[in-house]
Design a protein around this ligand. Structure first.
Ligand code: HEM
Length: 192
């Protein structure tokens, strides 16, 4: 069963949390050796690939351009979802934490989603260490998932992802390709 969460306070709290996240150098722990020899253009390559660039959130550290692009989309999308009363009720644990100033769950979610999309789009230097898509979206296996999502909830989530990606300037062509990757998870995420 899905509950709803109002926007009041959440946006402000999340904005503060995102700023805190941006200043916290914790997200690159799964970086491996940069010795890949990619021969085929992957979606990850199109998103910027393994070219190392300055990480604007962590001055003095470098990040793969593809990962930076994905992390930007992920954080932007979390922000959009937090304000979307159609589905933010699924995220009550997260939003309650953030509202009270605890950003540990937000940091973990941002990292896991970023790792997931890096791997799903073809990155070679990162691994996903979170729950399976089925377990992550089954309230019986993930107490942070407040209810089972249906197909409509999934569509709303994807729309929020498109909004989040558009806000950070991803091209409509790349958004379409990311959308196709996301849709491959539908049967695991939708559980009612
Ligand atoms: C569209 C494809 C989706 C993908 C690729 C995806 C991916 C993920 C990933 C990687 C995690 C982290 C799992 C972990 O930390 O072990 C997660 C958590 C979660 N997802 Fe999804 N998800 C999708 C759709 C949805 C939908 C449609 C909903 C609800 C409407 C949803 C609600 C949640 C919630 C509530 C969590 C837990 C958040 C927290 O840590 O507090 N997801 N998802």
């Amino acid at each position: 069963m899905k509950k709803t969460t109002t926007k009041t306070g959440i946006i402000t709290a999340l904005l503060l949390a995102v700023i805190v996240l941006a200043l916290t150098p914790t997200m690159q722990s799964c970086k491996k050796d940069n010795n890949t020899t990619a021969t085929t253009q992957t979606l990850y390559d199109s998103l910027g690939g393994t070219t190392m660039v300055n990480d604007p959130s962590h001055p003095g550290t470098m990040i793969e351009k593809g990962r930076l692009g994905i992390r930007s989309v992920v954080d932007s999308t979390i922000f959009v979802i937090a304000g979307d009363t159609a589905i933010n009720g699924f995220f009550t644990v997260l939003l309650t934490e953030v509202t009270s100033g605890n950003t540990s769950g937000l940091t973990a979610l941002s990292k896991n989603l970023t790792d997931f999309f890096c791997v799903a789009t073809g990155a070679k230097n990162f691994t996903y260490g979170g729950k399976s898509m089925t377990a992550a979206h089954d309230p019986a296996q993930n107490s942070r998932m407040n209810g089972k999502a249906d197909s409509h909830d999934f569509d709303v989530f994807v729309n929020d992802l498109v909004t989040g990606a558009t806000k950070v300037g991803l091209s409509s062509q790349l958004i379409g390709q990311v959308g196709r990757v996301v849709n491959t998870t539908r049967s695991q995420v939708v559980q009612q």
